[in-house]
Design a protein around this ligand. Structure first.
Ligand code: SAM
Ligand code: SF4
Length: 328
């Protein structure tokens, strides 16, 4: 049982660890076209990332997800995976990636001990993909997904952010893509993180709308599979594929939140929708190797975890961090 318990009795068992704020894509909902990335000296080193992960696992966290930015643009990412995979107490080490480098890296990641992959894919149309990511190549991502399957990853999940008027007409195509490859998929409501310069975030598409489109074709049964995460999963009668909905606007999931995040700057964030943070990098730099002090800071930080987030469905920006900085 985790030693990390907040004021509302929630046990924290899951860490999202951001390994970079950099990315080879510029997804319109995630970052601006010309983002200002952190200088190298502000970013956690491989040793600091491994040390922070060790502290969390010693406190009872048993799941870690590596994210970013795009984790695979970090040159030592496979090395990091093999270090973390050896931490006692860790039952699952996963990664969220845009898939663009999986063609090369899926096999080494699997060998290094990564247990699960989430791969982001919002559209199956090459021109739309290039627009939404501002420069990405769909064929590379699809090749990356196939490489991950070939490498032996099981229960791969796709993540699709649904934007009204952009890709909401592709919901069923994405479901078919997943059915043909036996991949799970989660449809995500866009969250208002960071000030997007080119447009207001007004294209909110609710999970209920997406659910209705799918269930008209494939009746969906609420699954009893629980992830203790924000997604609600459904199954179809004729396929092993699970379909999830992550609905920060329409279904509040805060009461069962079991996670915290550490940004690549070493800030421990207690909630995605809230600015409360504790600077773990400062501790790592001031007291290198003093894991007792680091663990104490993490335990004390639990008092800062808010009861719930609040996002405005009209897209009013409340949090000025971009998702690539926060660690999605
Ligand atoms: N680069 C990796 C990727 O795209 O999978 C990992 C980091 S990315 C920030 C993690 C997830 O956050 C992706 O699935 C992405 O679609 C999602 N995301 C980014 N910005 C978002 C936003 N404003 N609202 C909802 N989801 C968002
Ligand atoms: Fe990069 Fe992922 Fe953000 Fe897209 S969602 S810009 S792939 S970090």
């Amino acid at each position: 049982m985790s030693q990390l318990v907040d004021r509302f009795g929630r046990h924290i068992e899951y860490l999202r660890l951001s390994v970079t704020d950099r990315c080879d894509f510029r997804c319109v909902y995630c970052m601006s076209e010309n983002p200002c990335f952190l200088p190298q000296d502000k970013v956690l080193s491989l040793d600091q990332l491994a040390w922070i992960a060790q502290a969390f696992t010693e406190l009872g966290v048993h799941k870690i997800r590596l994210t970013g930015g795009e984790p695979l643009v970090r040159p030592d990412c496979v090395q990091l995976v093999s270090r973390l995979a050896q931490l006692p107490g860790l039952t699952e080490l996963s990664m969220t990636t845009n898939g663009s480098r999986l063609n090369k890296l899926a096999q080494p990641l699997h060998q290094a001990g990564l247990s699960r992959l989430n791969i982001s894919l919002d559209t199956l149309k090459a021109d739309k993909f290039a627009n939404l990511t501002r420069n990405g190549k769909l064929s590379r991502v699809v090749a990356g997904i196939d490489a991950a399957i070939a490498a032996g990853f099981e229960r791969i999940k796709l993540n699709a952010v649904v934007l009204k008027g952009q890709n909401d007409d592709e919901v069923l195509d994405l479901v078919e893509f997943c059915r043909s490859r036996k991949l799970n998929i989660a449809f995500i409501e866009e969250m208002p993180l960071g000030e997007i310069d080119e447009r207001k975030r007004s294209r909110h598409c609710s999970s209920d709308e997406v659910h209705d489109v799918i269930s008209a074709r494939y009746p969906l049964t609420l699954s009893d599979q629980r992830t203790a995460g924000p997604a609600r999963y459904y199954s179809m009668a004729d396929s092993p594929v699970h379909i999830g909905f992550i609905s920060p606007h329409s279904h509040n999931f805060c009461h069962e939140c079991n996670r915290v995040r550490v940004t690549v700057e070493g800030k421990l964030l207690l909630c995605l929708g809230n600015e409360n943070a504790v600077d773990l990098k400062a501790i790592a730099r001031a007291y290198p190797g003093d894991i007792t002090r680091l663990k104490q800071a993490i335990i004390e930080a639990m008092a800062l975890k808010p009861e719930a987030h609040r996002f405005d469905p009209d897209g009013e920006v409340q949090i000025l961090r971009f998702m690539n900085v926060t660690g999605g």
